[in-house]
Design a protein around this ligand. Structure first.
Ligand SMILES: [Zn+2]
Length: 459
């Protein structure tokens, strides 16, 4: 009898212990991934819940503002929420939110609150977890209006757009087809006596790529962190430009000189085979990688204009051996072996002639750069940059501030160069553009200074 009583006691204690222990087991792990910080007119709530077997007995996602909770998703009423299993123990719940699901949505602080519960001890007990995440509701759309007029843009060329955006701190710029050009505060355009104090006025240098359609749509845009967007069209005319076709003969003497020399300076490609086969990899794959490296320098651009408003040094007294966007066919042994577009000017003078900065700026790159050989890239601010390729020697270093016409080095034939010349190009937000415009005083006046002066006198 006493033995039986003892046994009952032990079992009861064990069961009780298990019950208490089960209650102390952790609840599901909750991670509120979205919204990160802001909720706009529309948005997304995204929550990941981790529990063994991803088995939840209940789940509620709610929106809380001014003391009032609005249920968004529950296991019982999943509505339009998407439940996605991620591995054995994790489920991700995604649902669109906005004025439809939260009729009382107001600008100001709010919270996402998530409660999840799982069963333990063979379904006898439940264990719960709650998480909340502070967000800010921003319902007012930004506003944007273009204030510059008469935008004329050539295929492969550049333009400048001035616009006013509020709030002044939202992301904004100009979209040209698939490509975006960020705007910078126009207060950074302190050139030629221009002073624009209004922080809402922004300036974007834009490009119409040589390979985009002449009818590519373009507009100014603004987008706040809550995802609210606004756009503004602007008057513009785009002009086609015929590009020259040329044929470049390749011979073994050229390939034997340039191919090993370029491959010595890069680990970005590692082609095998004959020098012609290696050349084809350099001319296409390495050319593309170099273009990406060059485009990445736009991230380091200064938010103000560094070049003072003067025309870019036009490299007169040089022979133009190739122009911007020449369509080149490469010929080896009588056969067409490759086609590429030449995105720059080839300017030849005498061997080892001084190469000067086209305008004031800062050195971002000074060293080998694949097909461009020894190469200097200068930043002129607000996404405008210039590139000097094939140098035999470099006289500046990264970080140097340079004056217009300061010597950067000597011309040469490093990289993919058939003879001593300077390969020069201008860049707008990483896109190679025709430098001819930047060499032209009328173009600088009409496209840039006129618009800046018009905005300057009005403030
Ligand atoms: Zn060139």
């Amino acid at each position: 009898m006493r033995y039986l009583l003892g046994l009952v006691l032990v079992v009861a204690l064990a069961a009780g212990g298990a019950y208490v222990y089960a209650g102390s087991l952790p609840g599901p792990t909750i991670e509120i991934a979205k919204p990160a910080k802001y909720v706009g007119q529309t948005g997304t709530v995204e929550v990941a819940v981790t529990a063994p077997g991803a088995r939840l007995s209940s789940l509620q996602i709610a929106f809380e503002q001014n003391g009032k909770q609005t249920p968004l998703v529950s296991l019982a009423q999943p509505g339009k929420a998407e439940f996605k299993q991620e591995g054995a123990d994790r489920v991700r719940i995604t649902q669109a939110i906005g004025r439809d699901s939260i009729p009382d949505l107001k600008t100001g602080p709010a919270k996402i609150v998530v409660t999840a519960e799982r069963t333990v001890l063979y379904g006898l007990r439940k264990t719960q977890a709650t998480a909340s995440h502070d967000v800010t509701v921003r319902l007012e759309k930004p506003t944007i209006a273009v204030i510059s007029t008469k935008h004329y843009i050539n295929l492969g060329g550049s333009e400048m757009v001035l616009y006013r955006v509020t709030p002044a701190d939202v992301e904004s710029g100009v979209q040209v087809g698939e490509l975006t050009y960020p705007g910078y505060p126009a207060s950074g355009a302190k050139i030629e006596g221009v002073r624009i104090a209004d922080p809402a006025v922004k300036l974007a240098f834009i490009a119409l790529r040589y390979d985009q359609d002449v009818n590519t749509p373009m507009h100014a845009y603004a987008r706040d962190e809550a995802g609210n967007t606004a756009r503004a069209d602007f008057d513009h005319l785009a002009f086609p430009k015929p590009f020259k076709k040329s044929r470049i003969p390749l011979d073994d003497k050229f390939l034997d000189r340039v191919v090993p020399a370029i491959l010595d300076t890069t680990t970005e490609v590692n082609p095998q085979g004959s020098n012609l086969e290696k050349f084809l990899v350099i001319n296409s794959e390495l050319r593309q990688k170099n273009a990406q490296t060059i485009a990445n320098y736009t991230k380091q651009t200064a938010p103000e204009i560094l070049w003072g408003g003067a025309v870019f040094h036009p490299f007169t007294n040089t022979a133009v051996e190739a122009a911007f966007a020449d369509q080149r066919t490469y010929v080896y042994d009588g056969k067409d072996v490759d086609r590429q577009t030449h995105l720059g000017f080839d300017l030849a003078r005498v061997v080892n002639s001084p190469v000067v900065a086209a305008n004031g700026g800062k050195v971002l790159h000074a060293g080998p750069l694949g097909i461009y050989g020894n190469c200097v890239i200068l930043d002129h601010g607000m996404g405008v940059q210039s590139l000097y390729g094939h140098l035999s020697s470099i006289a500046v270093k990264v970080g140097d501030a340079v004056q217009k016409e300061q010597e950067l080095g000597k011309s040469g034939m490093t990289g993919l160069a058939g003879g001593d010349h300077l390969h020069f190009t201008m860049l707008v937000n990483g896109q190679m553009v025709n430098p001819v415009e930047w060499w032209d005083a009328h173009w600088i006046q009409d496209r840039i200074l006129r618009k800046l002066h018009e905005a300057s006198s009005g403030t």
